[in-house]
Design a binder for this molecule. Structure first.
Ligand code: ADP
Length: 629
């Protein structure tokens, strides 16, 4: 960096401009949260300094008591939040306050339409953070000095939040950051000490560092006593923590704007000692599917912050869980590599996984409405557990929710226990169907015979359903049965079953003739026991790779093995009657192709040769001559 002594002006990155605009407009009714955000950042900065000082004790120097100070200057119209934490260098300030770290934020913001931009819920997706200062401030100044063993520099950042900011070198003796808001004329309430005091207690009571409040020209209340409890929330006994405190603490650690759905706070004593406080958020982050997106819990060792993203304590399918783990057993200088190998961590991981599953069971049992929200937001990630966590499969399975033929809406609310209870003891299979969309599943011809017999079918349409259902073969002694695969045995009386052997000679000949037309497009052409209204459907073999798996493979750049389906034909269907009667070979071929094409379309798939299909349909509609190739 050049040694410019003069202030230099920079433009914010485009996404910051958008975010600032969005924030000021959508969060106005919640403007007081800016204070929570600034104190939250100050607390993080102190945490980070304490962590770095583990290996570099000099960083603490002669100022080892970490704290946060809020100062009001009513005359000047200024509110200041200071910490003596890690601070920011010039480069860090540019990086942290001039851009938004999350890759993809800009794209996400662009995807919001004008109407959605007014929705304050959306803004919560980012964690509102530092920029919320601009809701109440006409100017924000950040004065910071990075903690460092050698003589560091300090820097002043200022902005009015209108598209650019200014940077200049500054004089700041002590390490840390001081953020000064020059409040807008209408926001003078934040200069009144009783109001600010109440806000600190409301939003920042759980902050583990003392937060003191002072007013320019006045002696501090009770000689600098902290306004907050200044004790790590998770270290307090459960009975002494109010729900509101848990909720505020969640917002602090998760950088989330919304309340969590549920939490679980536990202390383990004895051979191992650790405390965990785990939360289920109420909305999936917009980048839940981005593999690089931040995840994991916040790790402390004996109250000392170690890392924000400890991914070793929960399995991947629970990556949406937020919270804190404080271990008494790990060493203070644990590194990422050590965490990976430490057997203590493995033991904690399996215990914490059980805790999360128990918490989800409680949510499902006690608050089904909230559980439905959970499922909608995180169900698809959670399902991966069927593949990832064989040891807990039964518990995971009990927490699954499905769309089902038992209800007409497209909500996923059927549990396996609910299914089995409705099915009764005698039914020995759990029937399910996988399709591309909920609508395609619900309208699938594969359901016709099961519907007629009053058998309930679970309808699956998430991208990964075929993959995860391979792992789930049994639940409470009942086996799973994919109704679109293999021969369908509905456990009926032998006498009711249609058997291939009982087909007439004409019927057998007809099936053979269709197969001769369709050749290698189908594996077999056979009579169907599952169709009632539809003329035909496609069926794949028990071991064949289905459509979803093929798509998943393709997405990873691999070419899946060919799956050739069989065509099942409803011999009672009028079209089949028509085929038997037609004397024209070409007409017969058209109708054969149409059977295959119908069966493909009804699954929501594209045809290999849509143009040929359209010609065939038109020629039939017009009663013109056949067009088969
Ligand atoms: P978030 O806290 O969600 O990351 P913010 O916009 O609030 O987002 O802050 C952006 C970044 O700026 C922080 O991640 C941190 O690196 C830095 N930062 C903000 N406030 C401070 C502070 N008081 N001391 C040190 N760094 C800070």
């Amino acid at each position: 960096m050049s040694e410019a002594r003069e202030p230099t002006t920079f433009d914010f990155k485009a996404e910051v401009k958008q975010l600032l605009h969005l924030m000021v407009h959508s969060l106005y009714s919640n403007k007081e949260i800016f204070l929570r955000e600034l104190i939250s950042n100050a607390s993080d900065a102190n945490d980070r300094l304490r962590f770095e000082s583990l290996s570099q004790p000099d960083l603490l120097a002669d100022d080892p008591e970490l704290g946060i100070r809020v100062a009001l200057d009513p005359e000047a119209g200024k509110l200041t939040v200071s910490d003596n934490g890690i601070g920011m260098s010039r480069d860090e300030i540019v990086e942290q306050l001039g851009t938004i770290a999350h890759s993809g934020t800009a794209r996400f913001l662009e995807s919001l339409d004008g109407k959605a931009q007014k929705d304050s819920a959306l803004i919560g997706q980012f964690g509102v953070g530092f920029y919320s200062s601009f809701i109440v401030a006409e100017q924000v100044e950040v004065l910071s000095r990075r903690a460092s063993a050698d003589a560091g520099e300090s820097v002043r950042w200022t902005s009015t939040g209108d598209g650019s900011y200014t940077l200049e070198p500054a004089e700041k003796e002590a390490r840390g950051t001081t953020i000064t808001l020059t409040l807008k004329p209408d926001e003078k309430e934040f200069l009144e000490s009783y109001r600010v005091n109440a806000l600190i207690r409301k939003y920042s009571d759980h902050i583990a560092f003392p937060v003191t409040l002072g007013v320019a020209g006045e002696e501090d209340d009770e000689s600098g006593e902290p306004v907050n409890k200044a004790k790590a929330l998770w270290a307090r006994p459960r009975t002494e923590v109010e729900d509101e405190e848990y909720v505020e603490f969640y917002k602090h650690i998760a950088h989330d704007f919304k309340d969590p759905l549920i939490w679980s706070h536990n202390r383990v004593e004895g051979k191992r000692e650790y405390t965990s406080l785990l939360y289920v958020p109420s909305a999936a982050p917009w980048d839940l599917w981005n593999r690089e997106s931040p995840r994991g819990v916040k790790l402390y060792v004996q109250r000392v912050f170690i890392t924000d993203q400890a991914t070793q304590f929960l399995p991947l399918y629970l990556r949406f869980i937020r919270g804190v783990v404080d271990s008494g057993d790990l060493s203070l200088n644990v590194s990422r590599e050590l965490l990976q190998q430490d057997p203590v961590v493995g033991v904690m991981k399996s215990a914490l996984t059980k805790r999360v599953l128990a918490m989800l069971e409680r949510l499902a049992r006690e608050e089904p409405g909230k559980y439905a929200t959970y499922w909608k937001e995180f169900g698809v990630a959670f399902k991966e557990g069927l593949a990832e966590d064989a040891g807990n499969q039964e518990k995971i399975a009990a927490l699954l929710r499905f769309n089902s033929t038992a209800s007409d809406d497209l909500e996923q609310e059927r549990s396996l226990d609910g299914y089995l209870e409705a099915a009764g003891e005698d039914q020995d299979a759990i029937y399910f169907l996988i399709a591309d969309t909920p609508e395609a599943a619900r309208n699938s011809p594969h359901l016709e015979a099961l519907r007629e017999q009053g058998l309930e079918v679970l309808l699956l349409s998430d991208r990964i359903d075929e993959w995860v259902m391979q792992y789930l073969t049994e639940y409470r002694g009942k086996s799973f049965r994919d109704v679109a695969r293999g021969e369908l045995d509905l456990g009926r009386d032998e006498s009711e079953k249609k058997v291939e052997a009982e087909l007439t000679k004409e019927q057998k000949a007809l099936l053979k003739r269709i197969k001769r037309v369709l050749r290698d497009k189908v594996d077999e052409v056979r009579m169907s026991d599952r169709l009632k209204e539809s003329a035909a459907c496609l069926v794949i073999g028990e071991q064949d790779m289905g459509f979803q798996m093929r798509e998943l493979l393709r997405a990873t750049g691999q070419e899946p093995p060919e799956t050739v389906p069989s065509l099942e034909v409803n011999l009672d269907h009028p079209i089949v009657g028509m085929m038997t009667e037609t004397g024209e070979e070409d007409r017969f071929e058209d109708l054969s192709w149409l059977l295959l094409e119908q069966a493909t379309l009804v699954e929501g798939r594209l045809l290999d040769q849509p143009a040929a299909f359209v010609r065939r349909v038109n020629s039939l509609l017009l009663g013109a001559g056949p067009v088969s190739e």
